[in-house]
Design a protein around this ligand. Structure first.
Ligand code: ADP
Ligand code: MG
Length: 266
Protein backbone atom coordinates (compact mmCIF):
# COMPACT_ATOMS: atom_id res chain seq x y z
CA UNK A 1 0.00 0.00 0.00
CA UNK A 2 1.23 3.46 -0.78
CA UNK A 3 1.96 5.75 2.09
CA UNK A 4 2.53 9.46 2.20
CA UNK A 5 6.10 10.67 1.89
CA UNK A 6 6.15 12.17 5.37
CA UNK A 7 5.87 8.77 7.00
CA UNK A 8 8.84 7.60 4.95
CA UNK A 9 11.42 10.09 6.08
CA UNK A 10 13.81 7.33 7.15
CA UNK A 11 13.31 5.06 4.13
CA UNK A 12 15.51 5.29 1.04
CA UNK A 13 14.51 8.04 -1.36
CA UNK A 14 14.99 5.55 -4.21
CA UNK A 15 14.23 1.87 -3.77
CA UNK A 16 14.68 -0.54 -6.67
CA UNK A 17 13.77 -4.21 -6.29
CA UNK A 18 14.06 -7.03 -8.78
CA UNK A 19 14.10 -4.60 -11.69
CA UNK A 20 14.10 -6.19 -15.12
CA UNK A 21 14.04 -4.68 -18.59
CA UNK A 22 14.04 -6.15 -22.06
CA UNK A 23 14.31 -4.56 -25.46
CA UNK A 24 12.59 -7.10 -27.70
CA UNK A 25 14.28 -10.42 -26.94
CA UNK A 26 17.31 -8.81 -25.35
CA UNK A 27 17.43 -8.73 -21.58
CA UNK A 28 19.12 -5.46 -20.73
CA UNK A 29 18.57 -5.33 -16.96
CA UNK A 30 18.34 -8.37 -14.73
CA UNK A 31 17.11 -8.45 -11.15
CA UNK A 32 18.50 -5.09 -10.07
CA UNK A 33 18.25 -4.21 -6.36
CA UNK A 34 19.38 -0.76 -5.31
CA UNK A 35 18.63 1.61 -2.44
CA UNK A 36 19.68 5.24 -2.39
CA UNK A 37 19.44 6.98 0.97
CA UNK A 38 19.01 10.67 1.56
CA UNK A 39 22.29 12.56 1.08
CA UNK A 40 23.94 9.46 -0.36
CA UNK A 41 26.06 9.78 -3.50
CA UNK A 42 25.99 6.68 -5.67
CA UNK A 43 28.30 6.42 -8.68
CA UNK A 44 27.52 3.80 -11.31
CA UNK A 45 30.41 2.49 -13.37
CA UNK A 46 30.71 -0.28 -15.93
CA UNK A 47 31.52 -0.99 -19.56
CA UNK A 48 29.61 0.55 -22.44
CA UNK A 49 26.38 -1.33 -23.08
CA UNK A 50 26.18 -2.74 -19.55
CA UNK A 51 22.79 -1.08 -18.91
CA UNK A 52 23.77 2.01 -16.88
CA UNK A 53 21.70 4.48 -18.90
CA UNK A 54 18.77 2.10 -19.10
CA UNK A 55 18.82 1.70 -15.32
CA UNK A 56 18.81 5.47 -14.83
CA UNK A 57 16.03 5.85 -17.39
CA UNK A 58 13.94 3.12 -15.76
CA UNK A 59 14.41 4.76 -12.34
CA UNK A 60 12.99 7.98 -13.81
CA UNK A 61 10.42 5.97 -15.81
CA UNK A 62 11.65 7.46 -19.07
CA UNK A 63 11.66 3.77 -19.99
CA UNK A 64 8.97 1.45 -18.68
CA UNK A 65 10.47 -1.49 -16.79
CA UNK A 66 9.13 -5.03 -17.22
CA UNK A 67 9.74 -6.64 -13.84
CA UNK A 68 10.18 -5.57 -10.24
CA UNK A 69 9.54 -2.06 -9.03
CA UNK A 70 10.90 1.40 -8.44
CA UNK A 71 9.74 3.37 -5.42
CA UNK A 72 10.50 7.08 -5.19
CA UNK A 73 10.11 8.42 -1.67
CA UNK A 74 7.92 5.44 -0.82
CA UNK A 75 5.68 5.70 -3.88
CA UNK A 76 5.53 3.20 -6.73
CA UNK A 77 6.62 4.85 -9.98
CA UNK A 78 5.02 4.01 -13.30
CA UNK A 79 2.40 1.48 -12.31
CA UNK A 80 -0.69 0.98 -10.22
CA UNK A 81 -1.18 -2.27 -8.40
CA UNK A 82 -4.58 -3.92 -8.75
CA UNK A 83 -6.26 -7.31 -8.87
CA UNK A 84 -4.99 -7.89 -12.39
CA UNK A 85 -1.41 -7.37 -11.20
CA UNK A 86 -0.41 -3.97 -12.39
CA UNK A 87 -1.34 -1.43 -15.01
CA UNK A 88 0.43 1.63 -16.28
CA UNK A 89 -0.19 4.71 -14.16
CA UNK A 90 -1.54 7.86 -15.77
CA UNK A 91 0.94 10.42 -17.08
CA UNK A 92 -0.22 12.80 -14.41
CA UNK A 93 0.50 10.32 -11.65
CA UNK A 94 3.86 9.40 -13.17
CA UNK A 95 4.81 13.11 -13.20
CA UNK A 96 3.74 13.50 -9.60
CA UNK A 97 5.74 10.51 -8.32
CA UNK A 98 8.75 11.48 -10.45
CA UNK A 99 8.64 15.01 -9.05
CA UNK A 100 11.56 14.57 -6.55
CA UNK A 101 13.95 13.63 -9.38
CA UNK A 102 16.18 16.09 -11.20
CA UNK A 103 18.01 14.91 -14.28
CA UNK A 104 21.12 15.87 -16.20
CA UNK A 105 22.18 14.05 -19.35
CA UNK A 106 25.25 13.89 -21.54
CA UNK A 107 23.73 16.40 -23.96
CA UNK A 108 22.34 19.53 -22.41
CA UNK A 109 19.16 20.14 -24.44
CA UNK A 110 19.03 23.87 -23.67
CA UNK A 111 16.54 26.03 -25.56
CA UNK A 112 18.74 27.89 -28.07
CA UNK A 113 16.43 30.88 -28.38
CA UNK A 114 16.14 31.49 -24.62
CA UNK A 115 18.65 33.15 -22.37
CA UNK A 116 20.44 31.17 -19.71
CA UNK A 117 18.06 32.56 -17.09
CA UNK A 118 15.09 31.84 -19.37
CA UNK A 119 16.19 28.21 -19.62
CA UNK A 120 16.53 27.89 -15.86
CA UNK A 121 13.22 29.58 -15.01
CA UNK A 122 10.99 27.93 -17.63
CA UNK A 123 9.91 24.90 -15.58
CA UNK A 124 9.61 26.73 -12.23
CA UNK A 125 7.21 29.14 -13.94
CA UNK A 126 5.25 26.73 -16.11
CA UNK A 127 5.24 23.64 -13.91
CA UNK A 128 5.44 25.13 -10.42
CA UNK A 129 3.52 28.30 -11.21
CA UNK A 130 6.11 30.72 -9.85
CA UNK A 131 5.74 34.37 -10.84
CA UNK A 132 8.35 35.68 -13.26
CA UNK A 133 9.92 37.62 -10.44
CA UNK A 134 10.09 34.70 -8.00
CA UNK A 135 11.39 32.40 -10.76
CA UNK A 136 14.08 34.92 -11.73
CA UNK A 137 15.20 35.22 -8.13
CA UNK A 138 15.37 31.45 -7.77
CA UNK A 139 17.10 31.15 -11.16
CA UNK A 140 19.76 33.69 -10.22
CA UNK A 141 20.41 31.81 -7.00
CA UNK A 142 20.82 28.52 -8.89
CA UNK A 143 23.11 30.14 -11.47
CA UNK A 144 25.23 31.54 -8.65
CA UNK A 145 25.55 28.01 -7.25
CA UNK A 146 27.07 26.80 -10.52
CA UNK A 147 29.25 29.89 -10.87
CA UNK A 148 27.33 31.46 -13.76
CA UNK A 149 25.46 34.35 -12.15
CA UNK A 150 27.04 36.83 -14.53
CA UNK A 151 25.99 34.86 -17.63
CA UNK A 152 22.24 34.95 -16.87
CA UNK A 153 21.43 37.00 -19.96
CA UNK A 154 23.71 35.17 -22.39
CA UNK A 155 22.35 32.70 -24.94
CA UNK A 156 23.44 29.05 -24.94
CA UNK A 157 25.47 29.41 -28.15
CA UNK A 158 27.64 31.98 -26.40
CA UNK A 159 28.66 29.44 -23.76
CA UNK A 160 31.27 26.69 -23.66
CA UNK A 161 30.12 23.09 -23.30
CA UNK A 162 31.13 23.10 -19.65
CA UNK A 163 29.09 26.24 -19.02
CA UNK A 164 26.10 24.75 -20.85
CA UNK A 165 26.24 21.66 -18.68
CA UNK A 166 26.40 23.85 -15.57
CA UNK A 167 23.27 25.65 -16.81
CA UNK A 168 21.60 22.26 -17.24
CA UNK A 169 22.49 21.47 -13.62
CA UNK A 170 21.10 24.83 -12.46
CA UNK A 171 17.94 24.19 -14.47
CA UNK A 172 17.40 20.83 -12.77
CA UNK A 173 18.20 22.30 -9.35
CA UNK A 174 15.66 25.10 -9.88
CA UNK A 175 12.92 22.45 -9.55
CA UNK A 176 14.23 21.78 -6.03
CA UNK A 177 14.68 18.04 -6.51
CA UNK A 178 15.37 15.64 -3.68
CA UNK A 179 17.67 13.52 -5.87
CA UNK A 180 19.77 14.42 -8.88
CA UNK A 181 20.35 11.77 -11.55
CA UNK A 182 23.28 12.28 -13.88
CA UNK A 183 24.03 10.22 -16.99
CA UNK A 184 27.63 10.77 -18.04
CA UNK A 185 27.39 14.54 -17.64
CA UNK A 186 30.98 15.12 -18.76
CA UNK A 187 31.30 12.58 -21.59
CA UNK A 188 30.43 15.04 -24.35
CA UNK A 189 32.84 17.70 -23.11
CA UNK A 190 36.33 18.61 -24.24
CA UNK A 191 38.76 17.32 -21.59
CA UNK A 192 39.68 20.80 -20.35
CA UNK A 193 36.00 21.52 -19.54
CA UNK A 194 35.35 18.39 -17.51
CA UNK A 195 36.81 19.70 -14.25
CA UNK A 196 34.49 22.70 -13.88
CA UNK A 197 31.42 20.46 -14.16
CA UNK A 198 32.80 17.87 -11.75
CA UNK A 199 33.60 20.66 -9.28
CA UNK A 200 29.98 21.85 -9.35
CA UNK A 201 28.87 18.27 -8.69
CA UNK A 202 31.35 17.93 -5.82
CA UNK A 203 29.90 21.10 -4.31
CA UNK A 204 26.37 19.71 -4.58
CA UNK A 205 27.53 16.51 -2.89
CA UNK A 206 29.17 18.35 -0.01
CA UNK A 207 26.01 20.45 0.38
CA UNK A 208 24.22 17.15 1.07
CA UNK A 209 22.48 16.60 -2.28
CA UNK A 210 21.42 13.01 -2.96
CA UNK A 211 22.88 11.95 -6.29
CA UNK A 212 23.07 8.99 -8.63
CA UNK A 213 25.81 9.52 -11.18
CA UNK A 214 26.71 7.34 -14.15
CA UNK A 215 30.30 8.22 -14.89
CA UNK A 216 33.57 7.08 -16.43
CA UNK A 217 35.48 9.54 -14.24
CA UNK A 218 36.97 7.05 -11.77
CA UNK A 219 38.96 9.63 -9.81
CA UNK A 220 35.83 11.68 -9.33
CA UNK A 221 33.82 8.61 -8.31
CA UNK A 222 36.50 7.61 -5.79
CA UNK A 223 36.43 11.13 -4.35
CA UNK A 224 32.70 11.85 -4.22
CA UNK A 225 30.85 8.53 -3.94
CA UNK A 226 29.56 6.97 -0.76
CA UNK A 227 28.75 3.89 -2.79
CA UNK A 228 30.12 2.71 -6.13
CA UNK A 229 27.97 0.34 -8.15
CA UNK A 230 29.64 -1.75 -10.85
CA UNK A 231 27.38 -2.99 -13.61
CA UNK A 232 28.15 -5.51 -16.31
CA UNK A 233 25.80 -7.22 -18.76
CA UNK A 234 22.67 -5.83 -17.16
CA UNK A 235 23.52 -6.80 -13.60
CA UNK A 236 24.95 -5.15 -10.52
CA UNK A 237 28.03 -7.30 -10.10
CA UNK A 238 29.51 -5.49 -7.11
CA UNK A 239 28.81 -2.48 -4.97
CA UNK A 240 30.36 -0.90 -1.93
CA UNK A 241 32.37 2.06 -0.69
CA UNK A 242 34.92 3.35 -3.24
CA UNK A 243 37.84 2.06 -1.17
CA UNK A 244 36.51 -1.46 -1.42
CA UNK A 245 35.36 -1.36 -5.05
CA UNK A 246 38.52 0.27 -6.41
CA UNK A 247 41.13 -1.23 -4.08
CA UNK A 248 39.84 -4.75 -3.45
CA UNK A 249 37.51 -5.69 -6.32
CA UNK A 250 36.13 -9.15 -5.60
CA UNK A 251 34.94 -10.28 -9.02
CA UNK A 252 37.05 -11.07 -12.05
CA UNK A 253 34.76 -8.84 -14.13
CA UNK A 254 35.43 -5.75 -12.02
CA UNK A 255 39.17 -6.51 -11.83
CA UNK A 256 39.23 -6.73 -15.61
CA UNK A 257 37.22 -3.53 -16.03
CA UNK A 258 39.54 -1.55 -13.72
CA UNK A 259 42.63 -2.99 -15.40
CA UNK A 260 41.39 -1.95 -18.84
CA UNK A 261 40.56 1.49 -17.50
CA UNK A 262 44.05 1.90 -15.96
CA UNK A 263 45.74 0.86 -19.20
CA UNK A 264 43.64 3.36 -21.15
CA UNK A 265 44.29 6.24 -18.82
CA UNK A 266 48.08 5.82 -18.86
P1 ADP B 1 25.27 1.86 -21.03
O1 ADP B 1 24.61 3.12 -20.64
O2 ADP B 1 25.86 1.10 -19.86
O3 ADP B 1 26.30 2.05 -22.10
P2 ADP B 1 22.69 1.19 -22.14
O4 ADP B 1 21.77 1.18 -20.98
O5 ADP B 1 22.68 2.38 -23.02
O6 ADP B 1 24.17 0.87 -21.62
O7 ADP B 1 22.39 -0.06 -23.05
C1 ADP B 1 22.29 -1.37 -22.55
C2 ADP B 1 21.92 -2.30 -23.68
O8 ADP B 1 20.61 -2.01 -24.12
C3 ADP B 1 22.82 -2.19 -24.89
O9 ADP B 1 23.00 -3.48 -25.41
C4 ADP B 1 22.02 -1.33 -25.84
O10 ADP B 1 22.33 -1.62 -27.15
C5 ADP B 1 20.59 -1.74 -25.50
N1 ADP B 1 19.62 -0.64 -25.73
C6 ADP B 1 19.62 0.55 -25.10
N2 ADP B 1 18.58 1.30 -25.50
C7 ADP B 1 17.90 0.56 -26.40
C8 ADP B 1 16.71 0.75 -27.18
N3 ADP B 1 16.01 1.90 -27.09
N4 ADP B 1 16.32 -0.22 -28.01
C9 ADP B 1 17.02 -1.38 -28.10
N5 ADP B 1 18.13 -1.65 -27.38
C10 ADP B 1 18.57 -0.70 -26.55
MG1 MG C 1 24.97 5.10 -21.22
Amino acid sequence: MEQSSSSHAASPIIRVRGLGKQFGDTEVLRNIDLDIDRSEVVCVIGPSGSGKSTLLRCIAFLEAYDAGFVHIDGMLLGYRLNDAGRTLASNKEISRVRRPLGMVFQHFHLWPHRTVLGNVTEAPRLVNGLSRRAANELGQKMLAQVGLAERAHAYPEQLSGGQKQRVAIARAMAMEPQVMLFDEPTSALDPELVGEVLNVMKRLASDGMTMMIVTHEMGFAAHVADTVVFMDQGEIVEHGPPQQVFKTPASARLQQFLETWRERSL
